[in-house]
Write a protein that binds this ligand. Structure first.
Ligand SMILES: NCCCCCc1nc2ccccc2[nH]1
Length: 292
């Protein structure tokens, strides 16, 4: 351990560790589910760490939050009812709120400490909670979806941490089945789907499960997030049987106007070209993902 530096060491990425220079530790706690830490970094703004794994930094969170939200929502017309699983930081809420067709946003986050810490230390991310369309449910996303009424959502966004820890069940087939049940015909799911450099085996399993569960389209997209392991992270884009969804051609460009309730920052990362580009895969990943 180098004094003054945080290194992201994990069995999920053996032999490598991204490091950030630490100016000051702002919060350290242990919730019922995980260790929670916030520190001021020298060059990436504030950083949120759960069980030693970087979840977001102020400098590059825009890439992840904008892509995980707009890849699905710009692929369907007139999204009205959206469910977010995880994402307790509030960043996905901030992005969903940009879509004026949306009437209601449910968010189910298991760890209240993540919500409170984000509101305290990441106000520009937690601003999403201030939108009047948002309802926060503190609890397990698996149980929430089991209880959800069939066909009640246009989109479900699964903004989970990694499959080691509280989010483990969110990568398994029964969970995907409960998501498909809660979606309307032609409804869409977008999940955090790890790194093609580090987790091709995990991705292979997710793709296999999704192809069995989602009878519409199933596509893998990816983007650059400098502070996630290997500097990239992926998304699983799935739609249920029904009206065809073409994820690769955004049909519903965001009418990016001031949020009804709060003026949020303009889009920093997402645009139509990067939407289409996100689905272009290197051959080693294409071979695995498109053969499933
Ligand atoms: N190793 C990659 C981790 C990706 C984490 C994505 C993420 N960031 C989050 C912040 C708060 C709550 C849930 C979250 N999920």
């Amino acid at each position: 351990v180098i004094p003054g530096w945080f290194s992201e060491i994990s069995t999920m990425w053996p032999g490598e560790a991204h490091s950030l220079k630490v100016e000051k530790i702002l919060f350290q706690g242990k919730s019922d589910y995980q260790d929670v830490m916030v520190f001021q970094s020298a060059t990436y703004g504030k950083v949120l760490v759960l069980d030693g794994v970087i979840q977001l930094t102020e400098r590059d969170e825009c890439a992840y939050q904008e892509m995980i939200t707009h890849l699905p929502l710009c692929s369907i017309s007139n999204p009205k009812k959206v469910l977010v699983i995880g994402g307790g930081d509030g960043g996905v809420l901030r992005e969903v709120a940009r879509h004026s067709s949306v009437e209601h946003i449910d968010i189910c986050e298991i760890d209240k400490m993540v919500v409170d810490v984000s509101k305290e230390h990441f106000p520009d991310v937690a601003v999403g909670y201030e939108d009047p369309r948002v309802t926060l449910h503190v609890g397990d996303g698996v149980a929430f979806l089991k209880a959800a009424q069939e066909g009640s959502y246009d989109a479900v966004i699964v903004d989970s941490s990694d499959p080691i820890g509280p989010a483990q069940e969110l990568f398994e087939k029964p969970f995907f089945e409960s998501v498909a049940k809660a979606l309307r015909p032609g409804g869409v799911m977008c999940t955090q789907a790890e790194s093609i450099w580090l987790h091709m085996h995990i991705i292979e399993g997710i793709v296999e499960n999704c192809r069995q569960v989602f009878k519409g389209s199933v596509n893998y997209a990816w983007t650059t997030v400098p502070t996630y392991p290997s500097g990239v992270i992926g998304f699983m884009l799935c739609s249920t049987e029904g009206p065809k969804v073409d994820f690769k051609n955004p049909i519903n460009p965001i009418d990016v106007k001031e949020n009804q309730h709060k003026s949020t920052v303009p889009l920093k990362f997402y645009n139509q070209e990067i939407h289409a580009a996100a689905f272009c895969l290197p051959s080693f990943a294409k071979k695995v993902i498109e053969s499933k």
